[in-house]
Design a protein around this ligand. Structure first.
Ligand code: GLU
Length: 335
């Protein structure tokens, strides 16, 4: 923990693994092991951090973020909520693999009970790689976490000089360092050579304004995502329900549409008490109610602007409070 004597801002970096902590045998080797370097060595590699803040690193996990799971989300959220309410902590940075970074960021955006900055960052190139992007991303994340104007903007992702809102950001490229985009709403801000500019405020409820702030239900209900495609059948819907899914998010085609067989299976699931959310496999746009599909008649919920992976998270939390589709639709309009 940082000592209380320094007048510099105090930031805790919670490390979870990912490519930012990745190590390869040779700098030019495209293959590497994610999450193998400890946070201490990542921080030591950036002595300039001490000009920004008093930084304390804490290793909370060492995984590739494809292995992120509910129990670890709850552990990270509990730790963030403990640290962030301490008077002598100004902000939290979380290092994370990029594959599911947007999901962890959105989960925290719903459950962190503070307006202090919480910033996720990572890297597309391993720490030992040529032109590794992790050190500057981490430096920028700490800079944003100490910036007065970063407060009350919800959880943020800082990658490749861009500041994104947790709700709006999506990984869009498998390998490029410019992978995160806020497709519908544009970035929250930018940081270049330490110069931070914020362009907008979040358009939805978040963190201390969230009805889920501080709520860490354990276990969380099972929600599955099914991917719509030509020739889709309904039997995977039945399988998900049999396996215990209380909610299903369909990554629909276009405006959350799907083949008739899948729609009929989902309608039956909704009739039997499951909550069905229509999202979209397209990157941009929002899923609107009652366009082509009669949500009112079928008891479906439209995801509005949430991607399938984020709709799944909101639905998991919503199901801890209610099984009413209309109430859940209201939540999807607000978060
Ligand atoms: N699959 C790994 C992860 O998400 C590597 C991707 C990355 O960190 O960029 O942790």
């Amino acid at each position: 923990m940082p000592s209380a004597s320094s007048s510099r801002p105090r930031v805790v970096v919670l490390a979870t693994g990912g490519t930012i902590a990745g190590e390869s045998a040779h700098a030019s080797d495209p293959s590497y092991r994610a999450g193998s370097l400890p946070i201490g060595s990542l921080l030591e590699a950036i002595p300039q951090l001490s000009e920004l803040a008093e930084v304390h690193g804490e290793q909370i996990a060492s995984i590739g973020s494809q292995d992120m799971h509910d129990a670890l989300w709850l552990r990270i959220a509990a730790r963030v909520n403990t640290l962030i309410t301490m008077d002598d902590i100004d902000g939290i940075v979380i290092t994370h693999g990029t594959d599911t970074m947007e999901e962890t960021a959105y989960f925290l955006n719903l459950v962190v009970a503070s307006d202090k900055p919480v910033v996720l960052t990572g890297a597309m190139r391993p720490a030992t790689g040529l032109s590794a992007d992790g050190p500057l991303n981490l430096y920028h994340a700490v800079a944003v976490a100490t910036h007065a104007e970063a407060r009350d903007r919800g959880v943020l992702i800082v990658m490749n000089d861009v500041i994104h809102a947790a709700r709006d950001v999506m990984k869009t490229h498998t390998l490029s360092v410019q992978t995160f985009e806020s497709v519908n709403r544009g970035p929250m801000g930018a940081i270049h050579h330490g110069d931070i500019r914020f362009f907008r405020r979040p358009g939805h409820l978040h963190t201390h304004r969230s009805t889920f702030a501080g709520a860490l239900p354990d276990p969380m209900p099972r929600v599955d995502v099914l991917f719509a495609h030509a020739n889709m059948r309904g039997d995977l819907v039945d399988a998900a329900i049999k396996l215990g899914a209380e909610g299903i998010v369909i990554a629909g085609v276009g405006n959350g549409n799907m083949m008739t067989a899948a729609r009929d299976a989902l309608a039956l699931a909704a009739e039997q008490g499951a909550i069905v959310v229509r999202s979209t496999r397209t990157e941009g746009g929002a899923v609107l109610r009652n366009v082509e599909i009669d949500d009112d008649a079928l008891g479906f919920v439209a995801s509005v602007g949430l991607s399938p992976q984020k709709a799944r998270i909101l639905l998991k939390l919503a199901l801890t409070r209610t099984r009413d589709a209309a109430a859940i639709q209201t939540l999807f309009g607000s978060y």
